[in-house]
Design a protein around this ligand. Structure first.
Ligand code: ADP
Ligand code: MG
Ligand code: MG
Length: 226
């Protein structure tokens, strides 16, 4: 059973870029309700720059793939989400280092390093109505799926797979948890970022960064399911 390859990780990033482009207006609409109506535009600009950076040459290893991704986001997105997503990917790259294939456990650990980076950089806490409210439950679901390898779906026809069955079941669990956690940000009062200026008036709206983070996990599950 093969680990997750660099190609699959690259497909994740490209899939996320495509999902952000397709949902750009929806993300901006969420940000117009409780922010400054630029989240879709910000992230689309950033992820388009990521795709350009990745197109330039094949990635040598995971560190190279995610460093180029993180740097493109940090240097092309003015909003809060650029440095936060950028840090997330830079930390993932640092955690995976020179790896060219990764196991479900290694990828989970790298995602945890990414989430820690977002926590340190943004100083938000769980329940503050930010992307962290999706990142943390998604990783909890990943960890729970890691602990029950028997639940991994069987490889179809016994054919060799680019991604291990365990990584697939972890990423599918994380994507489901992320979608639920995105919706669960609606009743929260924003305590970080621009939405916090609205206080109680932020209640009833899904956090834009939570919505884009759910797209991130959906893209990972899709890339691993290929
Ligand atoms: P800006 O708010 O600068 O216009 P964006 O609209 O692109 O930037 O991104 C807003 C999103 O960033 C929010 O919906 C929230 O999820 C996330 N965010 C903002 N501040 C923080 C923070 N301190 N920690 C974690 N996430 C944050
Ligand atoms: Mg904004
Ligand atoms: Mg802005």
């Amino acid at each position: 059973m093969a680990d997750v390859s660099l190609e699959v990780l690259g497909a994740w990033l490209r899939g996320f870029a495509a999902a952000v482009a397709a949902n750009r207006d929806q993300l901006t609409a969420l940000d117009s309700a409780i922010g400054d109506a630029d989240h879709g535009a910000n992230l689309d600009r950033g992820m388009a720059a990521v795709v350009t950076a990745l197109d330039a040459r094949p990635a040598a290893d995971a560190a190279d793939l995610f460093a180029r991704t993180g740097m493109a986001l940090v240097s092309n997105v003015g909003g809060a989400s650029g440095p936060l997503f950028g840090t997330f990917f830079l930390r993932i790259g640092a955690a995976l280092g020179a790896a060219t294939t990764v196991s479900a456990m290694e990828l989970g650990a790298a995602l945890h390093a990414g989430v820690s980076g977002v926590e340190v950089r943004g100083k938000a806490e769980l329940g503050d109505k930010t992307m962290l409210d999706v990142l943390v439950p998604a990783l909890d679901a990943w960890d729970a799926a890691l602990d029950v390898p028997d639940s991994a779906p069987q490889l179809r026809n016994g054919a060799p797979s680019a991604a291990s069955a365990l990584s697939r079941s972890c990423s599918a669990a994380a994507a489901r948890a992320a979608a639920a956690a995105r919706d669960a940000t609606a009743p929260l009062v924003a305590r970080k970022g621009r939405a916090s200026y609205l206080g109680e008036r932020s209640v009833g709206h899904i956090d834009p960064g939570a919505a884009s983070t759910a797209l991130l996990f959906a893209a990972l599950a899709d890339a691993l399911a290929e």
